[in-house]
Design a protein around this ligand. Structure first.
Ligand code: NAI
Ligand code: MG
Length: 350
């Protein structure tokens, strides 16, 4: 029973990213020291907007070779007030996700004890499909007849692999429910193929109870009947919107984690909070670190350290329950207070 020694690329990047990632590193190092069942080493990678301003690019030229030298990446957020969002997003996050084939973007959602949902507890766990295929262009720039196209590309292989991933995830959960989000009434090519492949794949998963929802009706169901949901799969654009709604329903975007997975495990996966750079609170020390703690817990689980994941999540629950909450959850604690409390709770629970 040998002790694993993990090497993690830490990419805090912009805004509150460095604040929440350093908090998560502190907590994970505490976990490793306390449990002594694994070792973990974080290497700081300085990609982000400062790097872009110095080097003219968001990431190193051999980004893939660099990341393949690690077991996983822990990412903060990218985006700065003085750089257009499509430049920063494509420059960093999408420069990693696409080439590394991190096609499954998993975003679990829950309401923590001691925190409040604007509704009842929304236990939806959703899965998001990476579809930034990015076909399109602009012509006649500046003319009255300027034209732009944004074409979504749907491939059988792309749809089938995310459907299989979603059905597999649903089959592994106690309730075994899956909702396939679509818009095939108005988008009658790509999303009709999407629906057809859902039916095909479902035949291999007889234990999963699944249904299909139009994305607009899905917003109503998430608000009015969240307990009818378990696993949700949809296209990237739809799930980008629905997962923010789910996070808000669960209490705050400040607790929502995400995993960008290569389910084949050929490439290292990337873990990050759902939220962005949060310019309005950057540098104030009030960012909620829980989304990044939970992302780090998902990372540990993906690496095979299930016990570490469980202990970290128990510690976060305990701290929430004790009312040590940041402002977004109605509390007055600072990032460092929550971090310290989670470290102490890890020690206490161990
Ligand atoms: P945002 O998630 O940064 O902020 C939305 C609201 O939620 C703000 O009021 C913010 O203060 C609050 N918030 C976010 N995280 C929080 C936390 N941990 N604790 C407490 N409050 C928190 O989204 P916004 O304002 O749309 O985007 C800001 C920048 O971030 C943009 O440049 C955008 O492109 C980028 N972004 C990057 C993402 C990524 O790196 N994956 C994801 C979303 C946005
Ligand atoms: Mg988003």
């Amino acid at each position: 029973n040998k002790t694993h020694n993990y090497r993690i690329a830490s990419i805090p990047a912009d805004g509150i990213g460095p604040e929440v990632v350093s908090a998560a590193i502190e907590v994970v190092e505490k976990l490793a020291q306390t449990m002594k069942t694994f070792k973990i080493e974080f290497t700081h990678i300085p990609w982000g907007t400062d790097y872009y301003k110095k080097h003219g690019r968001y990431v190193d030229e051999n980004v893939l070779d660099v990341l393949r030298g690690y077991d996983a990446s822990l990412f903060g957020s990218v985006g700065a007030p003085d750089v257009p969002d499509h430049v920063s997003l494509w420059g960093l996050l999408l420069a990693i996700r696409g080439p590394l084939q991190l096609y499954a973007n998993v975003r679990p959602v829950r309401t923590f004890p001691g925190t409040q949902s604007p509704l009842r507890s929304a236990k939806a766990s959703d899965i998001d499909w990476l579809l930034y295929a990015g076909h399109g262009g602009r012509s006649h720039v500046g003319q009255p007849w300027e034209t732009a196209t944004e074409v979504a590309i749907f491939t059988r292989i792309g749809i089938e692999r995310i459907m299989r991933f979603a059905f597999t995830a649903a089959a592994a959960r106690p309730r075994k429910l899956l909702t396939v989000v679509t818009k095939s009434n108005s988008l009658r090519h790509g999303l009709v193929l999407w629906d057809e492949i859902a039916v095909e794949v479902s035949k291999d998963f007889p234990t999963v109870k699944w249904d299909k929802m139009l994305v607009d009706a899905m917003t109503i169901r998430m608000v009015q009947n969240p307990s009818s949901l378990d696993v949700i799969v949809g296209t990237n654009l739809h799930m980008d919107i629905l997962s923010d709604l789910a996070a808000a329903l669960a209490g705050s975007i400040g607790v929502a984690p995400s995993s960008n997975l290569d389910p084949t495990r050929r490439n290292p996966s990337l873990f990050e909070p759902v939220h962005g750079s949060a310019f309005d609170i950057t540098g104030k020390g009030v960012a909620n670190p829980v989304a990044t703690f939970w992302s780090a817990a998902e990372m540990l689980g993906w690496l095979g350290e299930e016990d570490a994941k469980e202990l970290l999540m128990k510690a976060v629950e305990g701290v929430c329950e004790a009312g040590i909450l940041t402002k977004d959850l109605g509390g007055a604690a600072m990032t460092k207070d929550v971090t310290k409390a989670v470290c102490e709770e890890i020690e206490r629970l161990h």
